[in-house]
Design a protein. Structure first.
Length: 707
């Protein structure tokens, strides 16, 4: 278990979390951050649960039914008593992914100084399975108090232009010990445990052995030094049994003592008593009471036994829940690799799909390019290869050794690198969509249980893969259409440097209507335009293309006249959608810019001395409403070294915040990025503000006048 990284920008969040754990008796905590306008909550800090067991909380969709999302969405405390054991109910995805009993409470991070709809993220506390149903009044108040204390640092960081951002891996916070024993005291404690008749072992929350006495090592037929600092099954392979893994996870989440018995390879039975604690798990190991032939069940030992089911069911639930968050093919491949390879101890994985009568690899893990290309682009008919035959025949094939594979495919003799394989057909709606291949660098005996579980998992994978391929195809079509409607490259007008960015909405893959353009009129004059068509669909994109064409065709006229002509065209077409547009005409000889606006957000100007202003451009009516609308013009000076920022409202729009306030905050970012090159500045404004994710498209256009 690590500690909060020194110097982390999340360090101000540590003391409130530690105090809340102490005051409520909760064993774990999660802190998710939510950027304004985003649709995903990102896990930033975790305590009491290993991150590898909390993958279903790493990213939480705001629209999901998890209590974490509910707290952010409804701005109130959300509570769940997860009954576990694989019960798939409307409790949400957490219950599906974690078949263990525990309780959790989530509340939005905000305080009395924030507007009513503010939510900086969500704080969650975890309690043992024995917790009474529902939070006590004191626990609810402590959770809200934690949220208020977390809101201050997050708000101040946002105001200072350096908001807290959740990293790829959440920061792991260890609870401090109430006291640290002196060296002599620690040695005395070790001597005490060494003198006990039973074996004792302490593992941290990630499962690594932190302490073990000699009796425990003796019972496990190994040495103390071979166990310390490692996962137990790295030294004692039979401890990797899925039942033991299930008991470990049960103890981690339920925080209730339990016991179970396991047989060693020698036939001797051992009993494991498991006692969860705030920093890990303590295990007492002792020989099991004598067993009789009439009673083949593990003996009852007073402590509750973990339920016997879990292995296959857990894997199905785990993978199924993980695949619900996989969007594209790449996500599916990564999810399958993470969930399946370690569980079944495979060293390689590759997924093929059928396209045009041939195999095509869409993702792999642990294999060389040569191994991947062996069957890539191979024909399906007749099936000349194991994956092609599996896909065509729709039947899984398992090969424990090279000899078995060569027996069926003699042509592969002398070419094989791996030593065992599982070929699983991916079938959905009666169609073969692909083949999943697992490879091993040693002989591997596939038990009947493994074969059954892998076959069941392949049906889940096939559905996710089919859905992901449709998503990717639609997404690529949308991106191609959007790219075709925007300028392929920007001109290099004299006296101006230009940079532009476009970011589609992350809510679904609908096409948007934002556009921009830079038009060189002659050596001294340049026209610039940016606009936003209402909606996120093909109609909006088509209208965007028409508006951009109309602006381009009339460029060179006075800005007000350009918008008037474009407006008349749109009202004649009567598309049923409205468009905002900002059009400007720059004269290099006078360093003057004339602007006209059709209901578009005003641009920002950074002066050569570093000041930034929101330009007061009178907004006319949106295009397409009134054919007789007039568009007044404004003229401003653009001296050498000035930077003009034109943008669509997706860059600044924040729920519950006035657009002018949002624009002024953007001006602060523009000022602080004074020395950046124009392309770097465009990236900073697009990704370095609080709109890394948004429900609206973003377009921005930057112009810098030559010195």
């Amino acid at each position: 278990m690590g500690v909060l990284r020194r110097g982390s920008r999340l360090s101000p969040l540590e003391p409130p979390v530690v105090e809340a754990l102490e005051r409520t008796g909760a064993y774990g905590a999660l802190v998710h951050l939510l950027r304004p306008g985003a649709t995903l909550l990102h896990l930033a800090l975790i305590s009491g649960v290993p991150p590898n067991l909390a993958w279903q909380w790493t990213r939480v969709e705001l629209a999901s039914r998890q209590p974490i999302a509910e707290a952010a969405r409804c701005r109130r405390l959300a509570w769940r008593d997860v009954q576990g054991r694989g019960e798939v109910t409307d409790e949400g995805q957490a219950a599906m992914a974690l078949p263990y009993a525990f309780a959790l409470g989530s509340a939005p991070i905000r305080d009395t100084h924030d507007p009513p709809d503010t939510c900086w993220g969500v704080a969650t506390l975890l309690w043992p399975a024995s917790h009474p149903r529902g939070p006590s009044a004191g626990e609810a108040e402590e959770l809200h108090r934690l949220c208020r204390r977390l809101a201050g640092p997050l708000r101040r960081a946002e105001e200072e232009g350096e908001p807290h951002v959740a990293e790829e891996e959440p920061v792991v916070l260890s609870r401090p010990r109430p006291r640290t024993p002196a060296p002599d005291e620690a040695l005395a404690a070790a001597d005490l445990v060494e003198g006990l008749p039973d074996g004792w072992c302490a593992v941290d929350l990630s499962g690594v052995v932190a302490y073990v006495n000699s009796r425990a090592a003796e019972l496990l037929d190994t040495r103390v030094d071979a166990l310390l600092g490692r996962l137990p099954d790295e030294t004692v392979p039979w401890l990797g049994d899925p039942i033991i893994e299930d008991r470990y996870r049960t103890a981690i989440f339920s925080r209730e003592p339990l016991s179970f018995s396991m047989a060693k390879p020698s036939g001797e039975w051992l009993t494991f008593h498991v006692y969860p604690g705030p920093r890990g798990i303590t295990i007492r190991i002792c020989p099991a009471p004598e067993r009789t032939a009439a009673d083949e069940r593990p003996p009852e030992l007073g402590l509750p036994h973990a339920p016997a089911e879990g292995g296959a069911l857990y894997q199905l639930l785990q993978l199924g829940a993980a695949l619900t968050q996989a969007v594209g093919v790449k996500d599916v491949v990564e999810t399958v690799a993470e969930q399946v390879m370690s569980t079944f101890e495979a060293q390689g994985l590759i997924i093929y799909v059928a396209e045009g009568g041939r195999l095509r690899s869409v993702g792999c893990r642990g294999l060389t390019r040569r191994q991947i290309e062996r069957y890539d682009n191979a024909p399906l008919h007749p099936p000349p290869s194991p994956p092609a035959k599996t896909l065509v025949n729709r039947a899984p094939a398992f090969y424990d050794s090279r000899e078995e594979l060569v027996r069926d495919y003699p042509g592969l003799r002398g070419t094989l690198v791996m030593r065992a394989w599982a070929f699983l057909p991916l079938i959905t709606s009666g169609r073969s969509v692909g083949c999943l291949v697992l490879t091993y660098d040693r002989n591997h005996h596939f038990t009947s249980e493994e074969r059954a579980v892998l076959t069941s998992l392949s049906s889940l994978i096939s559905q996710a893969l089919d859905r992901a391929r449709l998503y990717d195809a639609k997404h690529q079509l949308v991106l191609s259409l959007q790219a075709g409607l925007l300028p392929h490259r920007l001109p290099d007008p004299g006296g101006l440097s230009v940079a532009a960015r476009y970011l589609p909405a992350t809510e679904g893959i609908e096409i948007g209507g934002d556009f921009y353009d830079v038009i060189s009129l002659d050596t001294c004059h340049t026209a610039v335009a940016i606009g936003d068509v209402q909606g996120h669909n093909v109609r909006a994109a088509a209208l965007m293309g028409q508006v951009r064409t109309a602006v381009h065709a009339t460029a060179g006229a006075a800005p007000g006249e350009v918008l008037r002509r474009t407006n008349r065209l749109l009202t004649d077409l009567d598309p049923g959608l409205f468009t905002s547009c900002l059009y400007g005409h720059y004269d290099r000889s006078t360093h003057r810019l004339r602007l006209a606006s059709a209901g578009h957000p005003p641009p920002l100007l950074r002066h050569p001395d570093g000041r930034a202003d929101l330009l007061p451009v009178p907004p006319g009516l949106l295009l397409g409403i009134d054919p007789e609308a007039e568009y007044p013009e404004t003229e401003i000076a653009l001296p050498p070294g000035s930077v003009l920022l034109m943008y669509t409202d997706g860059l600044i729009e924040t729920p519950g915040e006035d657009l002018e306030d949002s624009a002024l905050r953007l001006a602060g970012h523009l000022v602080r990025a004074d020395e950046q090159r124009l392309d770097a500045l465009a990236d900073t404004l697009l990704h370095g503000t609080h709109h890394a994710e948004t429900r609206d498209d973003i377009a921005l256009l930057l112009l810098r006048t030559a010195d």
